[in-house]
Write a protein that binds this ligand. Structure first.
Ligand code: CP
Length: 314
């Protein structure tokens, strides 16, 4: 595997999930595997979990991680081909990515969408420019349309929490927010949950349909209460509109989950990728209560990343 950018197959997902759980029990067992190798973690956008968990994962494998916050510390990058660079950009992506590719054994990139240029975002233009010009193995730390390390950690968490259960009902529910938020986490979660064979229901207010490329195979139920019935796992996430691209269609706060939403899903566990805006996306009551497994999810980010890096190292 040279690139980790999306769900590939159930067989590979199962292998990565098993390896992540193995590393959780034995974090330092492969200390020699990455010895003498470097991973460059390139952030074009902010991060807490992805930044820290990827570095810890690399260190667990004996690798040296180097983090660059390109949005703050690097030269302003030009992404377009053939432009006269007489404005704000200082270095072309084809030069920067080639240099980074020669410095590192693995590159890991975070590049959010603009949410204004739909075509560029759905083509994952910036992220793919790094792949095109770096020549190195690349791990997605969240691109314009996917967040596969988050989704792998989510699948690890579901596997860990559901024990021997063969099939679990997973609900992805939209939550209110005051800002226009990317689709990457919701897209990826849907892609991985369906790919891993879970029974996935997606619920959201009218106008928040996701790109069907990612949701094909999920039940779409616009009545949140119906969707939640008998859920084993409820994944809470905001996203902006896809059809009316990047817009906030509603901020209806009745969609924020409280205990009363779980009348017909007594055993449901609640997941969120974090960061979460308390009492806007999710109530304190849920986040601080017994249903919440958000901290376990965040912890599993380390072992998901470790599993992927280990797989790329071979
Ligand atoms: N869930 C997630 O990716 O968190 P960060 O944005 O803090 O990395």
């Amino acid at each position: 595997m040279k690139y980790f950018t999306q769900f590939e197959s159930k067989a590979l997902a199962d292998q990565l999930i098993e390896k992540a759980l193995f590393y959780k029990a034995n974090p330092r067992i492969d200390q020699e595997k990455g010895a003498g190798k470097r991973i460059g973690c390139i952030f074009l956008n902010p991060s807490l979990r992805t930044r820290a968990s990827t570095q810890i994962a690399a260190l667990n494998l004996g690798m040296e991680p180097i983090v660059m916050n390109m949005d703050k510390e690097g030269w302003a990058l030009e992404m377009k081909e053939g432009v006269v660079m007489n404005k704000g950009t200082v270095e072309h992506i084809k030069d920067a990515a080639a240099v980074l590719g020669s410095y590192f054994d693995i590159l890991a990139i975070r590049a959010f969408p603009s949410l204004t240029n739909k075509q560029e975002d759905i083509e994952d233009f910036i992220f793919n420019q790094f792949i095109k010009y770096s020549g190195a193995p690349v791990i997605s730390l969240e691109s314009a349309i996917r967040h596969p390390l988050q989704s792998l950690a989510d699948m690890v968490t579901i596997r860990e929490q559901s024990g021997d259960a063969k099939k679990v009902k997973v609900v992805l529910t939209w939550a209110p927010h005051i800002k226009a938020i990317p689709h990457a986490v919701a897209n990826s979660f849907s892609e991985w949950a369906i790919g891993c064979g879970h029974d996935l229901t997606i619920t959201h207010p009218e106008g928040y349909q996701l790109d069907p490329i990612f949701t094909n195979g999920a039940n779409i139920e616009l009545d949140q209460q119906k969707a939640l019935e008998d859920a084993d796992f409820v994944y809470v996430k905001n996203w902006s509109a896809f059809n009316d691209y990047g817009k906030i269609v509603t901020t209806d706060n009745s969609w924020m989950l409280t205990e009363k939403h779980f009348r017909h899903a007594k055993k449901a566990k609640v997941m969120h990728c974090l960061p979460v805006r308390r009492n806007l996306e999710l109530s304190d009551e849920i986040l601080d209560g017994k249903r919440s497994i958000v901290q376990e999810q965040a912890n599993n980010r380390i072992y998901a990343a470790q599993s992927v890096i280990s797989h790329i190292l071979g």
